[in-house]
Design a protein around this ligand. Structure first.
Ligand SMILES: [Zn+2]
Length: 497
C-alpha cells in the first residue's frame, strides 16, 4: 500500500494580531519530502505516530512535507497557498496511491480565506479521487467543519488535555487507515455540533474536570462492535465565526444510526456539564493580595487572557503591574515576549540599569507597555528542548532572551512567543521557579503538572487575546445566540452538521 503522509499544523485565534508566514514555520518545523521522516523520527507528535503505524503495517511511506507551528493568529494567505500547492503537487507526482494521512491541528485560520483545512482536504480529495482513503489526526481543540468531514474518511482527535497523546492519536489514525485500506471496515463519520463554546481552562480531561467524564464515556462506547473511533472537540473558542461550536465525531463501520446516536450522546454529556467549565478567577490585584496574605505556599498565577498556547502574544503586563504596585520584594518570576526590549537590553549591557517600556508590543489592541526601571541581569540564547507534552523532545527557540531584575522580581524577556510546557523556558535562562513566591504562567493547562503541597495556583483574569469570559467578548461574526452568552431551553444543535 502506498500512503502519502504530511503534517500542516497551526492553531488560529481571531483576536490575536499575529499573522504568521514562512519565517514563523521555519523557526518551528518546515521540511519537505524525505526530510519529514528525519525530523519526525522518534518524536511524540501525531505525524510520528501515524508514520510508525503505517510502517508497522508494511506500507510504503510517501513523505510530502511537514509545516508545523504552535498557536498564533492567522496563517498568511500566501504561505497557506504555497504549502497547499506543494502538498497537491507532490501528491499528484506520486499517484497512484492508496491512502493519505495528514496531521492537522483543525483550528487553523487564514487571512482572507475561510476554512483553510477544509479547503486543503477537499483539494486533496479532488486529486486522489473518491476511492482513496483520507485520514487526518486533529487536536482536541479543532474546529471541525462540514467541509472537513465531507472531504475525508477518518478524522481522529486527541483524547487528552493537557495534550499527552498526540503520538497515539497519530497511531490511531494510521491504524484506522490501514483497516480501511484492507477493506476490513468502511468508515462512516457522523458529526454533531452545538451552538456552544466552553472556557478552555476548565476543559482538562483529568479527574475532577467535566471532560474527564466525556473521555470515560467515549472510551466505553468505543468498545461497541463496529464503533471505530469517538472524538470530542470542546473547540478552540477564540475563533470569531458562526459555525464554531463544541463538536463530537463518531466513526463506525458503515453504521449511520449508531454513529449518529453516539455523537449525540457525547454532545449531550458535554452540554450537561457546560457550567462546570467555568472556574473561579481573580483580577490581577486581588490575586497578588491573596498570594501575599498566604504565608505558607508559593503560587502560580495563571495569566489566562494571555495564553501563548491559545494564540496570545505573551506580552500582557497586567499581572506584572499588580505585583510591582503591591511590593517589589515578592520573589517573582515572569516571562514576557518583547523583541524590542531584548534588543534594547543588549545595547544597555549587563549589570546596567535603565528604564524599559515593557510589553504591549504584540497584542496592541489589548495590552499597552509598562514603564519600569530595571537592571539587566543576564543574557541567554533561549534554546531548549521540551521535556514532556505533545512536543516532548523537540527543540524550541525563544530567540535572544534577557533577564531583567526589579527588586526581587525577575522578568524574563524573550523574542518569540513559544508554547509553554512546564518551566523549560525559565530553566534555560537559569531561573529556578521553585524558589519563587509567585510564578506567572501563560498557559491554561500544563501548569497543573507543577502543583503540589507547596505550589498552589490562582486563575487571573487579565488582558490579552485569549479572554477568559467568552460571554463578554466583542464578537463580530458570531451573531446567533450561543452558550455561554445566551441560555437555551433545549440543547442548541447546529443544524448544518
Ligand atoms: Zn489543543
Amino acid at each position: 500500500m502506498r500512503v502519502a503522509v504530511a503534517c500542516f499544523e497551526y492553531e488560529g485565534n481571531s483576536f490575536s494580531q499575529k499573522i504568521d508566514g514562512r519565517e514563523n514555520f521555519e523557526m518551528n518545523t518546515l521540511s519537505y519530502g524525505k526530510k519529514l521522516i528525519e525530523v519526525s523520527e522518534n518524536q511524540q507528535i501525531a505525524i510520528t505516530g501515524g508514520i510508525d503505524s503505517l510502517k508497522k503495517n508494511n506500507c510504503k511511506i510517501l513523505p510530502i512535507l511537514i509545516a508545523k507551528s504552535g498557536s498564533g493568529g492567522k496563517v498568511k494567505k500566501e504561505f497557506f497557498l504555497e504549502i497547499k500547492k506543494q502538498i497537491l503537487k507532490r501528491i499528484k507526482k506520486l499517484l497512484p496511491i492508496n491512502g493519505v494521512y495528514i496531521a492537522l491541528h483543525g483550528a487553523m485560520i487564514c487571512n482572507e480565506l475561510d476554512d483553510p483545512e477544509g479547503d486543503l482536504l477537499r483539494s486533496i480529495r479532488k486529486i486522489v479521487g473518491e476511492d482513496i482513503v483520507i485520514a487526518a489526526s486533529l487536536d482536541l481543540h479543532a474546529h471541525v467543519t462540514k467541509l472537513m468531514v465531507s472531504s475525508s474518511d477518518i478524522l481522529v482527535g486527541y483524547e487528552t488535555y493537557p495534550h499527552e497523546d498526540a503520538y497515539s492519536t497519530g497511531v490511531k489514525a494510521g491504524d484506522l487507515l490501514i483497516k480501511a485500506l484492507n477493506r476490513e471496515i468502511k468508515p462512516l463519520m457522523v458529526m454533531r455540533k452545538i451552538k456552544a463554546i466552553f472556557p478552555v481552562i476548565g476543559g482538562s480531561t483529568n479527574q475532577g474536570f467535566p471532560m474527564y467524564y466525556v473521555r470515560k464515556k467515549a472510551r466505553e462506547l468505543e468498545k461497541i462492535k463496529s464503533v471505530q473511533s469517538i472524538s470530542y472537540f470542546p473547540v478552540q473558542p477564540w475563533l470569531d465565526s458562526e459555525d464554531v461550536g463544541v463538536t463530537a465525531i463518531t466513526i463506525t463501520d458503515k453504521n449511520y444510526d449508531l454513529a449518529s446516536k453516539i455523537s449525540q450522546n457525547i454532545i449531550n454529556e458535554m452540554w450537561e456539564r457546560r457550567k462546570d467549565f467555568e472556574l473561579k478567577s481573580y483580577t490581577p490585584e486581588k490575586a497578588v493580595k491573596k498570594v501575599i496574605s498566604n504565608k505558607s505556599k508559593n503560587f502560580i498565577l495563571v495569566d489566562a487572557a494571555d495564553s501563548i498556547g491559545g494564540g496570545s502574544g505573551g506580552d500582557s503586563v497586567a499581572i506584572l503591574k499588580a505585583i510591582v504596585k503591591e511590593s517589589k520584594s515578592i520573589e517573582t518570576a515572569i516571562c514576557l515576549v518583547d523583541p524590542i526590549i531584548t534588543r534594547k537590553a543588549f545595547d544597555i549591557g549587563i549589570n546596567n540599569s535603565s528604564n524599559f517600556k515593557i510589553g504591549g508590543s504584540i497584542d496592541k489592541k489589548y495590552n499597552s507597555p509598562f514603564n519600569i526601571d530595571a537592571l539587566v541581569e543576564s543574557f541567554h540564547d533561549g534554546v531548549f528542548r521540551y521535556e514532556g507534552g505533545p512536543l516532548a523532545g523537540m527543540v524550541a527557540n525563544l530567540g535572544p532572551s534577557v533577564v531583567l531584575r526589579k527588586g526581587s522580581i525577575q522578568i524574563l524577556v524573550v523574542s518569540n512567543s513559544v508554547y509553554e510546557h512546564l518551566d523549560e523556558h525559565f530553566r534555560c535562562c537559569n531561573i529556578n521557579i521553585f524558589s519563587k513566591k509567585i510564578v506567572v504562567f501563560k498557559n491554561l493547562m500544563n501548569f497543573r503538572k507543577l502543583l503540589d503541597r507547596n505550589m498552589d495556583h490562582l486563575i487571573v483574569n487579565g488582558t490579552g487575546s485569549t479572554p477568559l469570559k467568552l460571554q463578554d467578548v466583542n464578537w463580530k461574526n458570531r451573531k446567533a445566540p450561543f452558550w455561554p452568552k445566551d441560555n437555551f431551553k433545549d440543547i442548541p444543535l447546529m443544524m448544518d452538521e
